[in-house]
Structures are given as structure tokens and as C-alpha cells.
Design a protein around this ligand. Sequence first.
Ligand code: THU
Length: 135
Amino acid sequence: MSDALVAAATAARLKAFAPYSNFLVGAALVADDGTVVTGCNVESASYGLTICAERVALVKGVSDGHTRFRCVAVVADTADLTPPCGACRQLLWEFAPDATVILANLRGDRRTFTVRELLPHGFDAKLLRPNGSIS
Ligand code: THU
């Protein structure tokens, strides 16, 4: 499964819209029901509006009704594997707290983390209500 997920993220990377940084990133998520959702980074001329590949994949998945993910692959063409930025770690924590994160590059290097390792002590909806309910 991880080979297929890395392949899906590698293919998604080629769709990146990154004319400002020329840094292409692809992401692929596996939802709880096995559905694979991909994303690439999408940059804006107003640079701060840029969205990372991981968050594009997450919002695509959530908008299709998937709110829990168990695995994510992130692919970039870097010798040092590219980890999710802080904003992406937050969203991963909210929708994929138990997920495995596979970082990969185009040379076949890989390293695996958990979302919990990448974002210890994360903030989430449980903390918004004293009794732990989100309804
Ligand atoms: N980027 C991602 O898409 N994911 C990451 O994990 C790191 C950074 C994008 C954002 C921006 O388009 C470009 O890479 C350079 O920061």
C-alpha cells in the first residue's frame, strides 16, 4: 500500500501550481474507508495564500465526505525529505491523528513518522468544550 500511496503522491506532485517557488510537492491520503485522495501545492501571486499539497489533499477529502485518514505520503524532489509545515501538521492532527506519514523523494528515499510524533500536544476540538463534546 505504501508503494502505491507514494506513487499517487509522486503523480500528484506533477500537477503542482508552483510558479513562484518552483518547489513541487505531492500528497496522497488514505481515508478510513480506503479511498485515496491526492493533492499538490497551489501557489498564489499573493504569496501568503499559497496552500500546501497536504492541506489541498485534506480539504479535497473532507469536502468529499472523508473526515478520517489513516496514512499520508508526501513527495518532493529534495535530498532531505520534506516534512509537512506547521499548518499542515495542525490539520493532519485534526483529521488524521492516528495516521502514518510517509516522506519520500524522487530517488526512492523514505522515512516514516506518525502524526503524533510530528505534532506532540496538538490542539483540537476536544479542548474547545470543557466536557469534551463538539456538538
Ligand atoms: N509546500 C508543500 O506543499 N508542502 C510541504 O510540506 C512544504 C511546502 C509547498 C508550499 C509552497 O508552494 C512551496 O512548497 C514552497 O514552500
